[in-house]
Each structure stands twice: as structure tokens, then as C-alpha cells.
Design a protein around this ligand. Sequence first.
Ligand SMILES: [Zn+2]
Length: 272
Amino acid sequence: MAASRAKKSSGLQPIVGNDGRLYFNYGVGAVYALYGTAEEEIGKVTISACDYSERRGELYAVETLGGKKNIFTERPVTLERLSAHFSFCRAQEVMPGKAEEIPLLKSEVTAYYKGMESKRKRDAAAARIKLAETYPAFAGNEKAKKEAEAALADAEAAEDHVRVSKLIREYMQILGERKKACERAGIDVRIFEPVQKCPFCGGSGLRENGEICVCAWQNEEEIKRWNAARRLEEKFGREWALYVRDEGTQGTELTAADVLPEGGTNRLSDGS
Ligand SMILES: [Zn+2]
């Protein structure tokens, strides 16, 4: 593996929108005026595109307007570099940009899969308690089911076909009893069955090489929505609020009227 030359992105983080989703700090299409030490305007720049890398964080293409010499010579410009430069030049937003959402992150995928796994365990535990109340024989049924499965496997291995068909009949009876009891208790019997795990990632959402698995991409919107809800709950309780993260100084809390994504959410335009 090649040594990484670029430093991992420092403390600057994407913005958490009032919908709980993650957004780029600078909107695409936004125009900023930059100022020199003598307060004179040294030029205007626009954010022409943005991209995200797990390793480097937010990346921007920044163009200098008016045919002037490029103020930002590197391509792409990292968030750290852009923020530092904008702060140094007291950048003023003259035209807002469009808020762009950060693409699906590995951390979001991992959190979602872990969250789903523990939810499934919680649901199954709650269902067991509920079932035990309405169906006292459930524990015995579970035991009988496990024993029947083991016996069936043995008989199949021994190619004892007579025994296999007898055991299957018994097994179906156990399952039928279980299903009926679940129906009476209003429980989906599938909650007790092992889940089919994705063959590519083993149910973790990330493949062995660390990339996001196809099963997660197929579920991208749901994963984003789940993470957004989690963020809103963690940060603001269940209140519908907008918190724009402003590194190192203060957060800006806006009302629900300032709904994303239209209208721009980048840090320099808020509150101005
Ligand atoms: Zn997968």
C-alpha cells in the first residue's frame, strides 16, 4: 500500500442540517468577495463543484471570477484550506450557493447495520417476553425445535430416510404450534429466525477491502434517513431544530422555517 501523503482531514466537519443530514460547508454556486490587508477587495471566487473523500474530507473546485489570476491554485481545495483562506481574507458571501449533501459515509453504514442488529435483538427479546405471557409452552417449544433440528441433521447425515421423514413431520408440528402461538400474540414468527446475511459483507455493510457493500448502496436512502434521525435525536432531542456547526466558536440555531436544502446553509451566509 502506498504511503498516504495527504493528511487526514482535521477537526472540520460537515454541517448537520435541520433535517439531520450532512451537508457540505460551502454551497455550490456561491460567490465570495475576498479582501486584502488594506480592506480592498482582491477578487471574487465561486465554488464551482464539491466532492467528498473519506480520507480528505470535503473538497472544492474554486474559480476566480472576472478573468483574474487564480486565487486558489490547488485543485481540489480542501475544506481546511478553504476555511483558513476565507477567514484570513474575511470572505463575504455575495451570492448564496446550493446546499449539497455529503455522500453516504462508511461510518453511517456501520452505525446503521449495528443499529439494525441491536434493534432486531431487542425486538426478539421483547417478543419472547410477550410470547411467554400468552404461551407458557414457548420455552419448551424452542427447546424441542432446536433438538428436532439437530436430530434431523443427524438423520440426514446418516441418510436414514425413514427417520428423516418422521422427524420432518414432528418438526413441522413444532413449527405449526409456534406459528399459531405467535399469531395469537400478534408477533411475526420470523423475528425468531436467523437473518440471511449478505454474502459480500457478512451483514456488516462494508466489504473486506473496506468499501461500502452493494447491499448498503441499495439501501442508501434508508441508511441516510436513519442516520439523520439518530443525529437529530442525539443532538437536539426530538425537537425539530436547525443547528449549523461553526467550528471553534458557536453554533447557530435557526428555526424550522429555514429548511434545507434550498436557500444555502454554508457557514458564512448564516445569520447575515
Ligand atoms: Zn453486503
